[in-house]
Write a protein that binds this ligand. Structure first.
Ligand code: ADP
Ligand code: MG
Ligand code: MG
Length: 910
């Protein structure tokens, strides 16, 4: 059997279905499924994602030849169902189609749709005649020339220029003295078509194609080409979507929202994508087509009365004015609204998730053009999952698996401080498009947002509206403010997807790109000025507004309780201070996975004692210095063990290269010389002697403890004394002493001996004993390779995947910034291996270390303490290799807990 490249749908039948999204793309699969469940969808067909892959491998001509007959058959089937003819000469209504891209996962705004394809000088006349509506015919034609010119023929605006087609529209509006494009007459639109064709010719040197088939192949190929454009590549990078997936192409009969005042087009969400509330909402425009609603050209109206009233209130518009000028769909087209409301309910019930819908009403009749699981903010994500669980729509496992762990981050982020906010000057108010608090300096261009950000500035991107070209700039901005566009505008949808604060449609601001400023109610804000945005209320403030911690609500707790119930691993935190440990414990951390002792030495005058120790010549001198450090360390450890009372606390012995602590400035050298009663020259010599060519691989980690055993002894004493003191006070401390940078079992054995002997001495002195463990970091490849030997001495392993990644790849952590971005851009690496664990390479060492370790010590406790411990995909990997816990920074604890629960569910389901 030959491969099937084209799948048709229409009139309640379809060759594809929802679970074929890999082959048909999300849009195509759901168009098929909507047909199957009796939702009205215009007929058409889907060209598979496999064809996209072939296109990239074998080129255009080969692919056209391969699918030519199937596409012809698809058009013929569509003609039949829609009772129209592609390339009609007058014998039937012309079949016009849309050509739409659709990847497996939705990539908002990345692939451009062409509408009304098939239009030409003949078709426009037949459409005008047969519909009895010349204005509609010419409106469709001018839209087609504009979109096709833009998407397929590459007519584009230069930087700072306006889109050349929009320029023509504005010119004609001025000539005709009208302000709204709905006021154009049929003749005006005909004139626009003429001018648009001239624009195409001057900008591209080519005539606008008149043959519908030529148009169709041009559009299909443009969709395939768009898969490899820079912005598509960037979106895939940001969202970790593999290039191999490809996009499908959907060719679908047009339905017309621009047929007059009984026609409309719109988008809707079955629940509130910003807050998660179970409220049907959306926007529509009368007598409009396609992306008009999201393009922000006209102000879209709300779908429900309730939504419309809320909107009017925010815009300070009276109820009378609202009802007259901006009625809801519920009011203006009650029958179509009722049908839409029934369909949205049906689709949500069917897909068991919040749906993002696109629809068109043609002369009173509803057509659905798309449904997909809607993007949502972190807050909405959590609320919807909890609500749907409580509504019995989904079970606990689904509720957990559906959450995007990394997005919990948004809930933990600061919000504006109430007091500071109440004092701030409100400049204006727009729509609360994506919640959060943002504060930054104003920039007007996306590329400049990037430049500023690279200089270390915090920016807010201010635009009339955004488009896919702005993606990079949006990604680096604290927040986004637009003058135009509604809750479903590009800016709003993309910002919500990114979890970024956004205020859209702030109609009072007047943006001047040339002057690089905007004005609002007489106030001018220039590039570089500070503003603050409240994405939850839509308010825009002058200057910086202070922020405070977010408070965690019922839904968040419900999710965390569920995670607790389903998880196998537990989560610890990386904390060097009692305060961090407490924060993490409140987030549900059960212990400290990594307490770095050296971090404690940069505070106050502690560094002096440390420097004295480093600069010492003899063991005796060193011991004197160490005896000054001992009480400081002991009290630190008491604090942290108390904060994590009852849970294990892994304390790592001194790890970093000593030169990090040496006095390098002449002044501090002089100071130390005086303090120690030696000459400056001697201090300087010692500092020079400590210099290393490759400190990352130098005299650090347990190598310090091997060469200066008294350091290990002091640290072990400080830890055990702290634990004994707490125990005497009635606490239950559980220290786990970790030897860093072990490469051979002998290093560990020597260090463990010192620790255990010291502990026995302290127990005897104190007359009390505590439970403690001795273990090691697995961070040198040799340690992973010989983990079976090491586990005979170690009671626990903690995988230090930062250093393990450094040494496995041979990438210096301190220098990788110079080449890693390029590696990712060129596709050599998919992600930064210091952020996302490289499961293929480094992961093998982790897995081997775990297996070998447990083979000689079945009780060996396993955990991870690198940055990866808070990164969801890495956490899932840790579960797979059987770790007992992961450890991460305090604010990532909830993310890790959720990811751990997801891992447990995934791995038991298997
Ligand atoms: P995106 O992936 O950017 O959402 P779509 O392919 O969904 O792009 O197309 C954008 C819009 O174009 C749709 O929301 C719809 O309004 C309009 N559109 C697409 N196909 C048709 C069609 N067959 N008839 C009428 N409008 C259409
Ligand atoms: Mg689009
Ligand atoms: Mg769409």
């Amino acid at each position: 059997m030959s491969t099937k490249y084209v799948y048709t749908f229409g009139d309640g039948k379809a060759e594809g279905k929802a679970d074929m999204r890999n082959l048909l793309g999300g849009k195509g699969a759901n168009l098929a499924e909507m047909n199957l469940i009796g939702v009205p969808v215009p007929a058409g067909f889907t060209i598979t994602t496999e064809v996209c892959t072939l296109y990239n491998q074998e080129g255009k001509d080969a692919v056209i030849k391969l699918i030519e007959n199937d596409v012809k058959a698809g058009i013929a089937a569509t003609e039949k169902l829609m009772n129209a003819k592609f390339g009609s000469k007058g014998e039937a209504f012309p079949l016009l189609v849309s050509v739409r891209s659709g990847a497996r996962v939705s990539m908002p705004g990345m692939m451009d749709t062409v509408l009304n394809l098939g239009m030409n000088d003949d078709a426009v006349k037949i459409v005008a005649e047969k519909s009895g509506n010349a204005r509609f015919a010419w409106d469709s034609y001018r839209r087609f020339v504009q979109m096709y010119g833009d998407v397929v023929m590459g007519v584009a605006a230069g930087k700072g220029e306006h889109n050349p087609f929009e320029v023509e529209i504005d010119k004609l509006k001025a000539e005709k003295n009208i302000s709204n494009d709905t006021e154009f007459s049929a003749e005006d639109l005909q004139e626009l078509v003429r001018r648009f064709k001239i624009v195409v010719k001057t900008k591209t040197g080519k005539d606008f194609p008149t043959c519908p088939w030529e148009q169709l192949w041009g559009a299909i190929c443009a969709v395939f080409d768009s898969w490899m454009t820079e912005r598509a590549v960037l979106y895939r990078q940001l969202n970790q979507i593999p290039e191999e997936w490809g996009t499908a192409v959907n060719v679908q009969a047009m339905v017309y929202g621009n047929m007059g005042n009984n026609s409309a087009t719109g988008v809707a969400f079955t629940r509130d994508a910003a807050t998660g509330e179970d409220i049907f909402n959306g926007e529509y425009l009368i007598n409009a087509q396609g992306e008009d609603v999201v393009a922000g050209i006209r102000t879209p109206q709300e779908i429900t009365i309730e939504g419309s009233r809320r909107w009017a209130k925010m815009q300070n518009i009276s109820e009378e004015e609202r009802a007259a000028k901006y009625p809801s769909l519920e009011e203006s087209m009650p029958a179509a609204y009722a049908e839409l409301n029934a369909v949205q309910q049906k689709l949500e019930d069917y897909f068991h998730d919040m749906q993002d819908l696109e629809f068109t009403i043609q002369d009173g009749k509803l057509w659905m053009l798309q449904t997909r699981n809607g993007k949502r903010t972190g807050t909405a994500m959590v609320k919807m999952a909890v609500d749907m669980l409580e509504q019995g729509m989904i079970n606990e496992e689904t509720a957990i698996l559906r959450l995007e762990a990394a997005k919990l981050d948004e809930l933990l982020h600061p919000v504006f401080d109430k007091e500071s906010q109440s004092k701030a000057k409100v400049l204006t108010k727009g729509l609360p498009a994506s919640p959060g608090a943002a504060c930054g300096r104003v920039v007007f261009f996306a590329d400049e947002a990037e430049e500023w950000k690279n200089r270390g500035e915090q920016v807010v991107l201010v635009r009339l509206e955004t488009s896919p070209e702005d993606l990079r700039g949006m990604n680096v901005s604290e927040g986004i403010l637009t003058a135009r566009g509604g809750m479903t505008s590009h800016a709003a949808v993309v910002a919500r997807g990114m979890g970024k604060c956004c205020v859209s449609g702030a109609g009072e601001i007047v943006v001047d790109y040339h002057k690089r400023s905007f004005t609002v109610k007489g106030v001018t804000i220039n590039e570089g000025d500070w503003i603050s945005l409240n994405g939850s209320t839509g308010e825009v403030y002058l200057g910086k507004v202070a922020t405070t911690e977010a408070s965690l609500d019922h839904d968040f707790r419900t999710i965390m309780d569920l995670a607790e119930k389903h998880t196998r691993m537990y989560v610890r935190t990386n904390a060097d201070t009692p305060r961090d440990a407490k924060v993490a414990r409140d987030f549900g951390a059960k212990g400290v996975g990594l307490c770095r002792t050296e971090h404690m030495f940069f505070e106050g005058d502690r560094i002096d004692a440390m420097r004295e120790m480093i600069l010492s010549d003899t063991v005796e001198q060193r011991r004197i210095a160490l005896s000054k450090i001992l009480p400081m360390q002991r009290s630190d450890f008491e604090g942290i063990l108390e904060a994590m009372d009852g849970f294990g606390v892994t304390i790592r012995l001194l790890d970093p290269p000593l030169h990090e602590f040496t006095p390098n400035e002449p002044e501090s050298q002089k100071y130390m010389a005086e303090k120690m009663g030696i000459s400056v020259e001697v201090v300087k010599e010692k500092v020079d002697a400590l210099h290393e060519f490759n400190p990352m691989l130098g005299h650090r980690g347990c190598r310090l403890g091997i060469t200066y055993p008294e350091i290990t002894e002091m640290q072990a004493r400080a830890i055990i004394e702290a634990a004994c003191n707490l125990k005497l006070k009635g606490f239950n401390p559980k220290p786990e002493i970790m030897v860093p940078l072990v490469g051979t079992v002998k290093e560990l054995r020597q260090q463990a001996n010192i620790i255990r002997c010291t502990a026995d001495v302290v127990f005897a002195e104190k007359g009390v004993k505590v439970d403690y463990m001795v273990g090691t970091m697995i961070e040198i490849p040799r340690a992973a390779l010989t983990a079976d030997q090491i586990a005979e001495v170690a009671e626990f392993f903690s995988f230090g995947t930062n250093d393990l990644t450094q040494m496995t790849f041979g990438y210096s952590r301190d220098d990788a910034g110079k080449f890693l971005p390029e590696y990712i851009k060129k596709g050599i690496l998919k992600t930064d291996p210091f952020a996302v664990l490289d499961q293929e390479g480094v992961g093998q060492l982790v897995q081997m270390g775990a297996q070998k370790g447990r083979s000689t010590n079945s009780k060996l406790k396993l955990g991870i303490c690198g940055e990866h411990g808070g990164e969801p995909s890495s956490v899932i990997f840790c579960d797979k290799v059987g770790m007992d816990y992961v450890s991460c920074s305090p604010f990532r604890v909830p993310i890790a807990r959720l990811a751990a629960a997801q891992a447990a569910i995934m791995h038991t389901n298997k």
